[in-house]
Structure formats: structure tokens, C-alpha cells
Design a protein around this ligand. Structure first.
Ligand SMILES: NC(=O)c1ccc[n+]([C@@H]2O[C@H](COP(=O)([O-])OP(=O)(O)OC[C@H]3O[C@@H](n4cnc5c(N)ncnc54)[C@H](OP(=O)(O)O)[C@@H]3O)[C@@H](O)[C@H]2O)c1
Length: 293
């Protein structure tokens, strides 16, 4: 257990898609003290999410991380001291506790809303992935926004990534014909053979648009897009009548939107009477915008 609080601050706004080591700076400060109504959390796990890259830019959908501020991040940790009636030492909690050893919380999270200790049978990594924003995004994106019905074909870009891999498994569990798009034969084999997907497209080896046409002759009913750019275009080119396009994210363009390719097949939305919808998943915004299932 460290007796200082090691923090990583955002020093400069990254210029390239991938941040540089020099964009961050370490600062060692004393472990913070708590007041009535607060608890002190020792971070144990840090989640590395594509949205963090967006938060480093000055223009984003929430307040960007300020220069000189601790880098924002979902983390999971253990309560080590508490003057909050809802938390006791030993409780495990996840929240936006940033790149640092220790965080103070009043039980309200800027992105997740009201915090509660984890149920005893949930470990921190699972709480940050399957039962966290990643899993919620896959679940609500697929079922609330995509609204698949029996007999539908679902295609998912970024299918071997954190969100995609949950989305494809949920789709399979619902008995839907499911196609994953991922980079590399090993990932595609894993999707087909271990996860039981109906098929997978290696976007690094083949023309994704043509491969989707071949594998989805009746078109894609739900296209769950984590990637944007060429992957979105490939999906739009292969929509079934009445399709739903779920815009989960556009990771191919994070940090470099200006270089993203033109989406040429968006008129297919009109021709196929399809719907394309973006959604943001956080506990608070979801509760406000969509009914729970
Ligand atoms: N809407 C929401 O509320 C919400 C919440 C969470 C996440 N998201 C979004 O969901 C997406 C995925 O997040 P994640 O946490 O699953 O990230 P992740 O685990 O890092 O996975 C990202 C995947 O994207 C693929 N990818 C990256 N660049 C690509 C490119 N140029 N072409 C094709 N594929 C590419 C990678 O595929 P390969 O490794 O196979 O190459 C990787 O598996 C992101 O866009 C994120 O912003 C949205």
C-alpha cells in the first residue's frame, strides 16, 4: 500500500490518434483526507476505454479533461476509510475515480450517478466490463436501439473488442444469425469456433463490403457499429429493408475525425427505409432517455 497518491495528469492535448507519453505528467500528492459524507477509495483496477481518447480533446460530449487535471477514467477499488453511511471499509466500488491511487467520493459519480457498493459476488474486473458501461452499451445498444426480432441477421464491427464481443454473444444467445467483423484470422477463428458466431469477416484481409454482401445475401437487419468510417460504410451498403443501424462509436476516427473517409452509402438508409441511431450509455443518461427492460 502506497503512502502517497500517485496521479497522472493530462499535460497536453494529444495531436495524433494515439497519445504520447509526453502528453501526461506524474504528480505525487498526499493521500486525501475525507469529511463527513465522504469515503476514501483505493483504486485497484483501471479501465482503458476508447472514450478516454475523446475526453482528452477540447471538443467532446462532456466536459473535457482540463490540462493539469488528473486523467479521467473508470476504475474499480476498495473503500479504505468511510464517513459515508452507505459505504464501509472493504466495500468494492466502481466509478470515475481517474488515474490515481486514491480518490475521495461523496457517493455521487459525474458520469454514473448514485454509487453503491458492488454485490458481494461481483469482482472488480467484471464490474468494469460485463456489468459496467461496456456490457450496458452492448445490451441496450443491441436490444433497445437495434430491436432485433426472430430471423434477423445481426452484424457487429469491432466484434472482438470489449463491447463487440458482448454484443455478438448476446445476439447469439437470442438465437439471431450473427456475423462479426474483426482484424486478423486468429480473432475471426475465435469468434466462429469458440463463441459460435455464424461467420466472421477479417477486415484486414478482405473487402469488408463485398464479404458482408456474400455472407448476408438478404441484407443486415441490425448493424451494430463500434468503428465508423469504412466499417460503417460497409454495413450501410448491405442493409436489409427496415434495418436498424446502431451507432455505438467511431473508434477508427478518434483523435483524427478530419481524416475519416466519406460515408458513400448513407442514401441506403432512405432506399431501405432504415433507421440509424446514436446512443450514449451511462446509468444516468440511460435512465433519462430510455425505458429499462
Ligand atoms: N455509445 C456508448 O455509450 C459507448 C460506450 C462504450 C463504448 N462505446 C464505443 O464502443 C466502441 C468500442 O469500444 P470498446 O471498449 O469495445 O473498445 P476496444 O475493446 O478497444 O475495441 C475496439 C475494437 O475496434 C476495432 N477497431 C479499431 N480501429 C479499427 C479500424 N480502423 N477498423 C476496424 N476496426 C477497428 C478493433 O478491432 P480489431 O482489434 O479486431 O482490429 C478493436 O477490437 C468505441 O467506438 C467506443 O467509443 C460506446
Amino acid at each position: 500500500m502506497t503512502d502517497i497518491n500517485r496521479q497522472w495528469l493530462l499535460k497536453s492535448r494529444p495531436q495524433a490518434a494515439l497519445p504520447e507519453r509526453s502528453d501526461f505528467e506524474r504528480r505525487d500528492v498526499p493521500i486525501p483526507t475525507i469529511r463527513d459524507g465522504e469515503f476514501l477509495l483505493r483504486n485497484r483496477w483501471l479501465s482503458c476505454d476508447p472514450s478516454q481518447r475523446a475526453w482528452m480533446d477540447s471538443e467532446t460530449y462532456i466536459r473535457p479533461v482540463g490540462l493539469g487535471e488528473t486523467m479521467r477514467s473508470f476504475t474499480g477499488g476498495e473503500v479504505v476509510e468511510s464517513r459515508h453511511p452507505g459505504f464501509k471499509p472493504g466495500d468494492l466500488v466502481t466509478g470515475t475515480f481517474d488515474w490515481q491511487d486514491y480518490a475521495v467520493s461523496d457517493g455521487h459519480d459525474p458520469l454514473l450517478g448514485k454509487l453503491t457498493p458492488l454485490a458481494p459476488d461481483i469482482d472488480l474486473p467484471s464490474a468494469l466490463s460485463l456489468f459496467g458501461i461496456t456490457g450496458l452499451t452492448a445490451y441496450f445498444g443491441l436490444f433497445d436501439v437495434g430491436r432485433p426480432v426472430e430471423g434477423d441477421t445481426v452484424a457487429v464491427s469491432g466484434a472482438a473488442g470489449a463491447t463487440g464481443v458482448i454484443a455478438v454473444q448476446l445476439a447469439k444467445a437470442k438465437g439471431l444469425r450473427t456475423i462479426g467483423i474483426a482484424g486478423g484470422e486468429a480473432k475471426c477463428r475465435w469468434l466462429r469456433e469458440d463463441l459460435g458466431l455464424d461467420d466472421a469477416v477479417d477486415y484486414k484481409a478482405v473487402d469488408t463490403m463485398a464479404a458482408l454482401r456474400e455472407k448476408c445475401p438478404d441484407g443486415i437487419h441490425v448493424y451494430f457499429d463500434n468503428v465508423g468510417g469504412e466499417m460503417l460504410d460497409a454495413g450501410l451498403a448491405n442493409l436489409a429493408p427496415g434495418a436498424r443501424v446502431v451507432l455505438s462509436g467511431a473508434i477508427s476516427g478518434y483523435g483524427n475525425f478530419a481524416e475519416m473517409p466519406v460515408i458513400r452509402h448513407y442514401p441506403n438508409l432512405i432506399l431501405k427505409k432504415a433507421r440509424m441511431e446514436v446512443f450514449w450509455c451511462s446509468t444516468t443518461c440511460h435512465a433519462a432517455s430510455r425505458p429499462s427492460r
